[in-house]
Design a binder for this molecule. Structure first.
Ligand SMILES: Cc1cc2nc3c(=O)[nH]c(=O)nc-3n(C[C@H](O)[C@H](O)[C@H](O)COP(=O)(O)OP(=O)(O)OC[C@H]3O[C@@H](n4cnc5c(N)ncnc54)[C@H](O)[C@@H]3O)c2cc1C
Ligand SMILES: *[C@@H]1O[C@H](CO)[C@@H](O)[C@H](O)[C@H]1NC(C)=O
Ligand SMILES: *[C@@H]1O[C@H](CO)[C@@H](O)[C@H](O)[C@H]1NC(C)=O
Ligand SMILES: *[C@@H]1O[C@H](CO)[C@@H](O)[C@H](O)[C@H]1NC(C)=O
Ligand SMILES: *[C@@H]1O[C@H](CO)[C@@H](O)[C@H](O)[C@H]1NC(C)=O
Ligand SMILES: *[C@@H]1O[C@H](CO)[C@@H](O)[C@H](O)[C@H]1NC(C)=O
Ligand SMILES: *[C@@H]1O[C@H](CO)[C@@H](O)[C@H](O)[C@H]1NC(C)=O
Ligand SMILES: *[C@@H]1O[C@H](CO)[C@@H](O)[C@H](O)[C@H]1NC(C)=O
Ligand SMILES: *[C@@H]1O[C@H](CO)[C@@H](O)[C@H](O)[C@H]1NC(C)=O
Ligand SMILES: *[C@@H]1O[C@H](CO)[C@@H](O)[C@H](O)[C@H]1NC(C)=O
Ligand SMILES: *[C@@H]1O[C@H](CO)[C@@H](O)[C@H](O)[C@H]1NC(C)=O
Ligand SMILES: *[C@@H]1O[C@H](CO)[C@@H](O)[C@H](O)[C@H]1NC(C)=O
Ligand SMILES: *[C@@H]1O[C@H](CO)[C@@H](O)[C@H](O)[C@H]1NC(C)=O
Length: 533
């Protein structure tokens, strides 16, 4: 087994070197006129540097990372996407799809200058029939939720921000509060239409191009441009939103709170119903006595207030008396609005108002069910939040999302269901920091990475790291040493990771297969970004 894996990795290492037969440094000096005339000849009307719309069309959600593509095109359909990919491949220009443009690392712009960005803004068709929906690869989550609600009161599990695109979200996993019941958005995809590096428009599902389907539902950005997703939808349930806020906590109480939350969520004798979506939010707040607010919140689908009260009574016994409580019985679309922090259903229609943007750095850690966070790590984490976190110009927040526990649908499908590679996760922690004018990028990144280190240094005792290293000996021996072995959420993509660290963190056991599949479908690395396979 180990021998076989080693040979796959070695072969793929060699072929990936051969595949990159035109070094990027040489491409920098290239003449792009052939690419541009190819695109024009296909009716694609490229927006290029210097043209009036270029600055706005190339503006990323994360303004820290304003990469400059050679051109942006707006194809009308899969054929147009195919034409764009062929023009780029023939001219040795790297290509990236853009859906919502919300990548934390602005990878839809390539993650470096000189790529072709294929915007899917015009691929926004939507249809719904029975328990299946077909969703154009350029749709945003708000429009999808609104459409499904308005066409038969249907629903799917997906993230909270209306402007996030389905392309990046489903392509890389896609967590939402209903995911413990219904799975990640990627898990709800039954088939997809994808344009591969050779320009072919292919269908992929469990029955057809199954290996490509496996790779594109979890590592989508490396494998092609997904022009359409066919997904399972469900009747939209009513629910109760809840939030227990603890404004008076000290760091010690907050650390104990996390320990209690973690034990409650993974209690095997009193399993937490998969219909519970559960989070912790940690936010700085100068009006709190110790500068930070800790809150446990979520949505319980199919439950009323009484059921929320009885479910959370054992946890509240440990957490103490909240400084405030929110309980809101609601229909499905109101739950979507609640999570989006929106009031009016029209705010879900992303064609009616333009997107916001930010200047930030974010990263994440997965805490696995087998290795819950030890007391020393949560103490270190909350010491950081309540210490440096209350004396910084960085506008930070942290969100803990429960993935596992009980009979979570995310866990239940098993480790290799698709390319998403963290089925053992109990929860993710996202650390996010807006970097204000006057504070350097480096200071912002260092502050956020300080949070991550506080968790990771104490959560992986050296002996466990050694076991991990042995289990993944093939990977470990071929890549630069990874300082810590803990997994991370690929949709909170870390702009600072090398490809090697990204693969080990995001795809700890799937990297060898993904590299082999990349060689099969995109030997020349046409779909390239700094962390692709
Ligand atoms: C405000 C906000 C809230 C968020 N909330 C959540 C949340 O609740 N849960 C969660 O899991 N995540 C959440 N995220 C993270 C989000 O899921 C990722 O940023 C996601 O990858 C964004 O997808 P996109 O299409 O908007 O981004 P893009 O930047 O367009 O794309 C992201 C990556 O996917 C590729 N890509 C895009 N479309 C396609 C396609 N059709 N085919 C192939 N590749 C494609 C791009 O090339 C790029 O590499 C949130 C992000 C933000 C900014
Ligand atoms: C520039 O953008 C505007 C607004 O999106 C659009 O209406 C117009 O057609 C674009 N112009 C060109 C030349 O692409
Ligand atoms: C969707 O409907 C089909 C046909 O009615 C059925 O076979 C399938 O089990 C349903 N799937 C789900 C997830 O409900
Ligand atoms: C959003 O608004 C536009 C313009 O009114 C409309 O054409 C579209 O159907 C709306 N989308 C949804 C999902 O309701
Ligand atoms: C993909 O599936 C669709 C719908 O079933 C079909 O119309 C199309 O011809 C298929 N495309 C390919 C390339 O097989
Ligand atoms: C949700 O609640 C509304 C109003 O109480 C009710 O009419 C509707 O049938 C409920 N929907 C479901 C799916 O239970
Ligand atoms: C788990 O649930 C059981 C039964 O409700 C309870 O007795 C026990 O204290 C719980 N354990 C933890 C760690 O919360
Ligand atoms: C649930 O708990 C809240 C807060 O303790 C209380 O105000 C409310 O009456 C309870 N509701 C039900 C239905 O038990
Ligand atoms: C929180 O602290 C305030 C004073 O700072 C106090 O009035 C309030 O009772 C406290 N709340 C709880 C739940 O301890
Ligand atoms: C929601 O927004 C629409 C469009 O802006 C507006 O017409 C409507 O009055 C708003 N509804 C509510 C309840 O505020
Ligand atoms: C707050 O930060 C400033 C600047 O980094 C530092 O000089 C000061 O000592 C810090 N204060 C506390 C209480 O840690
Ligand atoms: C990885 O590829 C090997 C060889 O094709 C295959 O046997 C194995 O099942 C694949 N593993 C996963 C997780 O798909
Ligand atoms: C890689 O690029 C070269 C040079 O353009 C081309 O001849 C070859 O067919 C490409 N290989 C694949 C697998 O696309």
């Amino acid at each position: 087994m180990r021998r076989a894996l080693v040979s796959i990795v070695i072969v793929s290492a060699i072929t990936s070197v051969l595949g990159k037969w035109v070094p990027y440094s040489q491409l920098q000096a290239r003449d792009d006129s052939a690419l541009l005339s190819c695109l024009k000849s296909k009716g694609l009307d490229p927006v290029v540097q210097g043209s009036p719309n270029y600055t706005s069309d190339s503006a990323p959600f994360n303004r820290r990372l304003h990469w400059k593509p050679v051109a942006i095109v707006y194809p009308e359909d899969a054929k147009g996407v195919s034409a764009a990919v062929k023009c780029a491949a023939q001219n040795h220009v790297k290509v990236n799809a853009r859906c919502g443009g919300h990548s934390y690392a602005a990878f839809a712009l390539g993650g470096e200058d000189g790529h072709l960005t294929v915007s899917l803004d015009k691929l926004r068709h939507l249809s719904q029939s029975g328990n299946t929906s077909t969703i154009g690869g350029g749709n945003h989550l708000g429009d999808v939720a609104l459409y499904l609600w308005q066409n038969g009161k249907r629903a799917m599990a997906h993230g909270t921000c209306p402007y996030v695109g389905i392309g990046g979200h489903a392509g890389q996993g896609g967590f939402g509060l209903p995911s413990r019941a219904w799975g990640l958005l990627a898990d709800q995809v039954q088939s997809l239409e994808i344009v591969t590096a050779d320009g072919q428009i292919r269908n992929a599902s469990l029955k057809e191009n199954a290996d490509l389907f496996w790779a594109a539902t979890g590592a989508g950005a490396s494998f092609g441009i997904i022009t359409s997703f066919t997904t399972v939808t469900r009747p939209a349930p009513n629910s109760t939103a809840f939030a227990y806020e603890f404004k008076n906590y000290t760091y010690k109480e907050a650390s104990a709170g996390l320990q209690a939350w973690q034990a409650f969520a993974s209690n095997s004798t009193n399993k937490l119903d998969p219909n519970v979506g559960l989070q912790i939010h940690v936010d700085p707040n100068p009006s709190a006595p110790h500068g930070v607010v800790f809150s446990v919140s979520g949505v319980y689908y199919g439950a009323d207030k009484a059921k929320v009260n009885s479910t959370f009574a054992p946890l509240l016994k440990k957490l103490g008396t909240p400084t405030s409580i929110l309980l809101q019985e609601q229909d499905w679309i109101t739950s979507v609005l609640h999570l989006a922090d929106a009031k009016n259903i029209s705010q879900l229609n992303t064609t009616l108002a333009s997107d916001t943007h930010d200047y930030f750095y974010a990263t994440s850690t997965f805490i696995s069910e087998q290795r819950p966070m030890v007391q020393a790590a949560s103490d270190a984490l909350f010491k950081y939040f309540y210490g440096p976190g209350t004396n910084t110009s960085i506008k930070w927040f942290a969100i803990f999302d429960l993935y596992g526990g009980g009979d979570s649908a995310i866990t239940k499908v098993g480790p290799d269901y698709n390319a998403f590679n963290a089925r053992d996760a109990l929860y993710s922690i996202q650390y996010y920091g807006t970097i204000p004018h006057g504070t350097s990028d480096r200071a912002g990144i260092d502050f956020i990475q300080g949070i991550k280190k506080a968790v990771e240094n104490d959560t992986v005792p050296k002996t466990q790291f050694k076991e991990y290293g042995e289990r993944h000996a093939t990977l470990q021996s071929l890549i630069a040493p990874v300082s810590e072995a803990m997994g991370c959420a690929v949709n909170y993509i870390d702009s600072e990771y090398s490809a090697e660290e990204a693969h080990a963190r995001y795809y700890p056991t799937h990297s060898a297969n993904l590299t082999a599949l990349k060689n099969k479908y995109d030997l020349n690395r046409t779909f390239h970004f700094p962390q692709d396979f």
